[in-house]
Design a protein around this ligand. Sequence first.
Ligand code: KG4
Ligand code: ZN
Length: 342
Amino acid sequence: QDGPLVLGIETSCDETGVGIVRGHTLLADAVASSVDEHARFGGVVPEVASRAHLEAMVPTIERACDTAGVKLSDIDAVAVTSGPGLAGALLVGVGAAKALAWGLGKPIYGVNHLAAHVAVDQLEHGALPEPCLAMLVSGGHSSLLKVEDVTVGVDPLGATIDDAAGEAFDKVARLLGLPFPGGPHIDRSAASGNSVAIDFPRGLTSRRDLERHRFDFSFSGLKTAVARWVEAQQRAGATIDVPDVAASFQEAVCDVLTRKAIDAAVTHGIDDILIGGGVAANSRLRAMAVERAEAKGIRVRVPRPGLCTDNGAMVAALGAELVARGRTPSALDLPADSSQPI
Ligand code: KG4
Ligand code: ZN
């Protein structure tokens, strides 16, 4: 077995993740989620998330070590998400990572959450294609990034100007009476619906919008359009065909995401697109991205769904790459930086 043994900690949102990798090999990916505690609020509550991280941190570290069959003293380096994310939540992970690194006398690497979403793919498909165009779509972000060297950083080309893609899925699911988080429910419901039943708007795709927002996204207009459509049906006393609405909404989101990702890759002369974040689990997004990219000679890589959502393995994966490429570790007083670029 080759490569450094790295433990990664992720606490930027509502998942307490601890992953252990050796080089490109995943040994453990323990995740404790507080999603159920947020469900009744319809979104993540920062205070609730921080407390849940505190409670879950030590047991999750122990679970990861047990699964990997390693002792903490075997670890070569500790990596931790230092931002962007919820300030209080990040602090819990960064504090735990500092304590571990200091106690073990091992280097600590503060990593960018989005770069970690990109690096995780090497656990599934081996060495990253660099440069690549990364599309990260989750409940918290919707970004197109150019990645030349993932250990140096990610270069934002565009992002959502309002709601994140996952947020749109969650809000529309709520309108349709589906549980939180809504993405998987919309995905499932859409499978039996007609995606051309309703012609929902594609945000920031008009010629005028493209001049200023070529690689940006907007999903709040789409969400409003779905809400209006549902209201109009209810006023008319018509029943709402949930699968048709879900499929038509999903088609609109996937259409814009894939169109812009491919446009960005072509514009920047990049042959590989990597998709990450919770929404990358969407079956229609995967199929559409592959089909449209292949038509342009572009390859698409999507890690399996379990690696797309927030987890500690992605942080460990990037940490292992930082060690492998000889990057300088962070200082032991590294700050949690909730507003880190992108
Ligand atoms: O990366 P992630 O676990 O963490 C956040 O950034 O919150 O992403 C969660 C998001 C949620 O909005 C969820 O509804 C969405 O990813 N999601 C999906 C699917 N699975 C999860 N959206 C669409 N289709 C899916 N199959
Ligand atoms: Zn994320």
